[in-house]
Design a binder for this molecule. Structure first.
Ligand code: FES
Length: 348
């Protein structure tokens, strides 16, 4: 069991594990410290400077709570006039360089920047004076599944660290310096020209509306299920709206994937409601596919199978099928069709 540390945050006694940061300890206790670049699965970088807190005592000092470990007897204050002032300036500088048409943003009401602004409060006049530019940077919509809008980016680097630390792809990084800084693929090329694998892990962690799924619709209800694309068994939460699938996200409670998904699991759900999807069997007659009933199609296949028993027959099982389905197929091949010609697509 991890060693326990006792500290005080805003006069509340808090127990934390050794090695925990002040920010994690506070959040676990339900004490909100504004933050943007922190993500529990990623290494802290201290980029946004919003999580500053004061450590009281003989040598009172201000620290970044997402990078400072808890210590026994530590006394932390998260809301002093100095801290609030520094935080407000850091926040206003961020917002000054950020689109504020929140109602048109896919992250509206879920945006971490909105939450911080609500907590800290902003001075409208000062914000107006800070606004550096009016021209909009072009949106990178080259990826078929998601868009990157640099006008909504707060340069927290969560997408960069996700791509590097969690996915080990390193498709994106900070480009340029100062006011020109942006997140980009190598050589500031479009996302589609980078080595991005479109897993979408950066989108789910983006705290603002900079990375958003194309044609995003908020679901009205959600269902837990298992991804059917391969045999990994990743936990999936599908979202529906008006009887159409509109979203998919990883199930963090699933031991198989702990909330992570690949491109197929995250974005490959549109076939379900696609108008081109086959919904009944087709049989070729005179060179044309014709719709038939299931019974007729199955009789046709069974008749053809019965004429092809033995070494004439071979079956290839599928990674998209369940273990049970694959088992039944090998049993059918051996026991009914009388051959050991059975293989699996995963061996190809
Ligand atoms: Fe600590 Fe951004 S959350 S500096």
């Amino acid at each position: 069991m991890a060693d326990k540390i006792e500290l005080t945050i805003n006069s509340q006694s808090v127990k934390a594990d050794k090695g925990m940061t002040i920010l994690d300890a506070a959040l676990k206790k339900g004490i909100y410290i504004p933050h943007l670049c922190h993500h529990r699965e990623l290494e802290p970088v201290g980029a946004c400077r919003l999580c500053q807190v004061e450590i009281a005592g003989k040598w009172t000092k201000t620290v970044i709570s997402c990078k400072t470990e808890v210590q026994d007897g530590m006394v932390v204050r998260t809301e002093t006039p100095e801290i609030n002032k520094m935080r407000q300036i850091a926040l206003e500088l961020l917002i000054a360089d950020h689109d504020t048409d929140c109602l048109a943003c896919a992250q509206n009401t879920k945006c971490a920047l909105q939450r911080v602004a609500d907590h800290v409060g902003i001075n409208k006049e000062r914000l107006q004076r800070l606004k550096p530019r009016e021209e909009k940077l072009p949106i990178d919509d080259s990826n078929p599944f998601f868009n990157f809008d640099p006008n909504r980016c707060v340069l927290c680097g969560i997408c960069v660290r996700t791509c590097d630390e969690l996915q080990n792809i390193q498709a994106i990084d900070y480009a340029y310096r100062g006011l020109e800084t942006k997140i980009a693929g190598f050589g500031d090329r479009l996302r589609i020209e980078s080595n991005c694998e479109s897993c979408g892990e950066c989108i789910v962690r983006c705290p603002v509306g900079a990375l958003t799924e194309k044609d995003y619709q908020r679901p009205t209800h959600q269902v837990k299920t298992v991804c059917s694309f391969c045999g990994c068994g990743c936990g999936l939460i599908l979202g529906a709206r008006d009887n159409q699938l509109v979203s998919a996200r990883g199930d963090v409670s699933s031991k198989a994937n702990k909330g992570r998904l690949c491109v197929k699991g995250r974005f490959g759900y549109k076939f379900v409601n696609h108008p081109d999807r086959l919904t009944s069997p087709l049989v070729k007659r005179n060179g044309e596919f014709v719709k038939v009933e299931w019974d007729e199609a199955l009789d046709l296949v069974a008749g053809a199978f019965s004429k092809s028993k033995g070494e004439k027959f071979a079956a290839i099982a599928s990674a998209k099928a369940t273990n049970e389905d694959n088992y039944v197929l090998q049993k059918f091949t051996r026991a009914v069709m009388g051959t050991n010609n059975i293989d699996h697509c995963a061996r190809l």
